[in-house]
Ligand binder design. Structure first.
Ligand code: ADP
Length: 480
């Protein structure tokens, strides 16, 4: 089964969050199920420099007036198609923002052109490979199903996966004429969105099926609190909406072989984690003792509940804990955490920035990871944490709800507990959950049981890749 995946990120080449992880790992997991997935990526500098052996496949001489070359290569198990369009993608900043963190003004055009290339491949632009199905991700590629719908060629089925419905690609209606779509596409059935142009909205309207990254989030986005203005459309398309939880790359995230750790370990040698704990303490300037060591590895934003966490830091220290925070995001939150680190030398440590190797070490050395998200489509850090014996303390929402078994009385008795869940309402709700975690940790035998139960949990892509493969098959058989 030939499937084209179109994504603006794919680990290990480009990653700003969970989307990159998923787009990088899913093709490998699907290969075992007879799906031959090619992944279309923009020709960012990191891609053009890192991938060797790129060969020219197609010249596009007019993608919304843009010239672009489609290149192909294999890279670490991924079959890559790379859209080389230097005026759009050869820039020194990130995939979406410039060196000062500002969104590129022409993001709409960059990703419209990129999405259009996807639609051309779907229509047979590659001489030797035509997909039977297209899988797009998030607003950046949501225009692919839109272009497919409004093209003259018969369509293959398409799936749009929503990794976070908060990011919608909404732009002023003035861009519409430059999108190369027929006038009637600027309508409720097309890409019109509250008088603007909505890329994600258009994709949700035109894709054959919509998936999101956990069953709970798939439910939640039917409601205004989580649907962010798109709940009406989700309700209208309810029978085409599926929730498939993310997996993780179990080779990249394996405490037995991970070379970012100070010491490798398994569920049988949990005591060896102490070496990693010491390395974390040294890196974050924390006391090296036996107290409960929390960590945070996150974008520092309101969505992630980081404002609420910052209000509980003094209490964490007061209860005798330590906390290591790795993240970047809102300047006010970065400042709040840095000032907490100043107030509590040896108890609170902060590294502002994005650091993949350090994130591995933290999962291996910390006792518990705190994830107090207000909403969380799936979340990956709790899955890594399960695998590394770092007990997740999570808000009961979205994928956090689906992947962590709360250590309530029944779950402790049955041995199924893998973490702590709480309903995030205010600072007090978080304090209560923290107190509960301290109590569980004080019973070291119970704590080890919870760690081991987490490490036993299957967080690989296996089951979820099976669900995607079944969805692909069902869409193909419906089209017949
Ligand atoms: P989101 O995609 O909403 O940011 P996820 O939990 O789905 O949240 O994915 C976040 C990914 O980014 C995880 O792989 C996590 O380890 C990683 N990550 C987040 N912040 C950092 C950071 N500061 N340094 C290293 N990795 C980070």
């Amino acid at each position: 089964m030939k499937v084209l995946s179109i994504s603006s990120e794919a680990f290990p080449l480009v990653k700003t969050g969970g989307l990159g992880d998923v787009a990088g790992a899913l093709p490998l997991a699907l290969a075992a199920r007879g799906v031959q997935m090619k992944t279309l990526l923009p020709g960012y500098p990191a891609v053009m420099k890192t991938v060797t052996g790129l060969t020219k496949k197609v010249e596009f001489d007019n993608l919304l007036g843009e010239r672009a070359t489609l290149l192909e290569a294999r890279y670490k198990g991924l079959d890559l198609l790379v859209l080389d369009a230097p005026s759009l993608f050869d820039r020194p900043g990130g995939p979406y923002v410039d060196a000062n963190g500002r969104d590129y003004d022409d993001n709409w055009r960059r990703f419209a052109v990129f999405s259009l290339a996807g639609a051309r491949i779907a229509a047979g632009a590659l001489p030797d490979w035509k997909p039977v199905l297209v899988h797009a991700h998030d607003w950046q590629t949501a225009m692919t199903p839109v272009y497919m719908r409004y093209a003259q060629e018969p369509e293959v089925p398409s799936i749009l996966t929503i990794h976070n419905i908060a990011f919608q690609g909404q732009f002023a209606s003035a861009i519409f004429p430059a999108l190369g779509l027929p006038p009637h596409a600027m309508s409720v059935e097309g890409i019109e969105y509250y008088g603007d142009v909505g890329f994600l909205k258009g994709g949700m309207q035109t894709a054959t099926a919509i998936t999101t990254v956990s069953p709970s989030y798939a439910e939640e986005i039917h409601h205004p609190q989580f649907g962010m203005g798109l709940e009406g459309l989700i309700n209208a398309r309810a029978t085409s909406v599926h929730g498939i939880v993310n997996g993780i790359d179990a080779d990249v995230w394996n405490p037995e072989t991970d070379n970012h750790l100070a010491r490798n370990y398994s569920a049988k040698t949990l005591a060896a984690r102490v070496t990693n704990r010491q390395a974390v303490a040294a890196r974050f300037g924390l006391d090296d003792d036996d107290s409960l060591l929390f960590c945070v590895i996150s974008r520092l934003t309101w969505q992630k509940g980081m404002d609420i966490l910052s209000e509980t830091i003094d209490s964490i220290v007061g209860m005798g804990g330590r906390i290591a925070i790795l993240g970047a995001g809102d300047v006010a939150l970065e400042t709040a955490f840095l000032s907490a680190a100043n107030r509590h030398k040896g108890r609170v440590g902060v590294v502002v920035g994005y650091n993949e190797p350090l994130s591995h070490l933290m999962q291996a050395g910390c006792d518990s990871i705190i994830i107090p998200s207000r909403f969380e489509p799936c979340g990956l850090t709790q899955l890594y944490a399960l695998r590394y014996g770092c007990v997740p303390l999570v808000a009961r929402t979205g994928g956090l709800n689906d992947t962590i078994v709360d250590a309530n009385h029944a779950a402790i008795i049955s041995g199924s507990a893998t973490g702590v869940q709480f309903t995030l309402t205010d600072t007090n709700s978080m304090l209560y959950a923290l107190r509960r975690t301290f109590k569980l940790h004080a019973d070291r035998k119970l704590w080890v049981r919870i760690q081991k139960q987490g490490m036993k949990t299957d967080v690989s892509w296996d089951a979820s890749a099976g669900e995607y493969a079944s969805l692909y098959s069902s869409l193909l058989s419906k089209g017949k």
